[in-house]
Design a protein around this ligand. Structure first.
Ligand SMILES: Nc1nc2c(ncn2[C@@H]2O[C@H](COP(=O)(O)OP(=O)(O)OP(=O)(O)O)[C@@H](O)[C@H]2O)c(=O)[nH]1
Ligand SMILES: [Mg+2]
Length: 309
């Protein structure tokens, strides 16, 4: 009986999310963060990934990703788009959706009902961040947001592989980051659809652009490199045009691009779920298995395989 009541509740919640109800969306996101199995049941009601274009915004700490996201929210709102934002913040604690500290610079749009911003702390998760983030993307999608901007620091540093789940990836850099080798070492050269040299109001931006272009010379692809100042707004229009060019294929029904992102979301959900499971299981079961490995009853690899199953 209780189960039946719960399933009615989830159905109602899913239907409210799909109508774009913000309170319902916030509740659904909290479920994704705190209750994986109910979140899965909810998402089954929500339906398959659909219309939202997911833009990953990544790059080293402090390059101005949040400031740029704030600008992009502004330009997309001018076009009448509804914008969802997920900021994965390595420092701030989970606060049930409240925006914390000066690291998140998008408060300008907090009152706009066509903008929904969620900050997710990467600290304090037992591996499930990638699963939860994927579900938040899908919830925003279901709630009718046209664009979802997903901000993360770096590549391979946050729990979610932003490149896999996004339809387009912006790599945000700034002058004085060090030489271009740092950029290639950080694995950033392979992943961007657009490279942004932000803080063009500071010295050294042209040099940064030149060194990026020279890195791509002779490479199999040559993504656009754009000079932008999130501070003054210079170059933001051109950045948005570049994103729109990437989005046009998606909007026209580019199946390969859709499949790529769904594939990434499956992987991230599976990875997160497996890690969450391991985190809850491992302690007691591992102690038991350790005894048996010590006694030579099973191999260490066999024990690990049992845990992972
Ligand atoms: N001069 C200048 N400063 C900028 C510009 N964009 C951002 N900043 C400043 O750079 C600092 C970092 O900006 P954020 O937008 O928080 O950068 P971020 O990449 O989101 O930072 P993390 O999320 O902490 O990695 C802030 O002090 C901003 O005010 C710009 O175009 N020019
Ligand atoms: Mg930021």
């Amino acid at each position: 009986m209780q189960r039946a009541a719960q399933s009615v509740q989830l159905r109602q919640l899913a239907s409210a999310v799909k109508k774009g109800d913000r309170v319902a969306l916030a509740r659904a996101i909290t479920l994704a963060e705190n209750d994986p199995s109910r979140a899965a049941a909810l998402l089954a009601q929500v339906g398959p990934p659909g219309r939202a274009f997911v833009v990953g915004v990544t790059g080293p700490p402090g390059t101005g990703k949040s400031s740029l996201v704030d600008r992009l929210i502004g330009s997309y709102r001018q076009k009448g788009f509804r914008v969802g934002v997920i900021a994965i913040d390595p420092t701030s604690p989970i606060t049930g959706g409240a925006l914390l500290g000066d690291r998140v610079r998008m408060t300008r749009h907090a009152e706009d009902r066509s903008v929904f911003i969620r900050s997710m702390a990467s600290r304090g998760w037992s591996g499930g961040l990638s699963r939860a983030t994927t579900q938040v993307i899908r919830l925003m999608d279901a709630a009718g947001f046209d664009i979802v901007l997903l901000e993360t620091v770096g590549i391979g540093q946050s729990d979610i592989e932003v490149v896999g789940v996004s339809h387009a990836v912006l790599v945000v850099l700034m002058p004085g980051l060090g030489d271009e080798i740092q950029v290639s070492k950080a694995g950033l050269m392979e992943v961007g659809d657009v490279y942004v040299v932000n803080k063009s109001d500071l010295e050294g931006a042209d040099l940064m652009v030149v060194s990026l272009l020279s890195l791509f010379r002779g490479a199999p692809r040559s993504p656009p490199v754009l000079k932008v100042s999130a501070l003054s707004g210079d170059g933001v229009d051109r950045l948005q045009e570049a994103i729109e060019r990437l989005r046009s294929g998606f909007a026209a029904g580019d199946v390969a691009l859709r499949l790529k992102s769904i594939r990434g979301m499956i992987i991230e959900t599976a990875r997160g779920t497996a890690m969450e499971r391991l985190a809850t299981l491992s302690d007691s079961s591992a102690s038991e298995l350790a005894l048996r490995v010590m006694d030579g009853k099973i191999t260490l690899e066999g024990a690990a395989a049992r845990l992972a199953r």
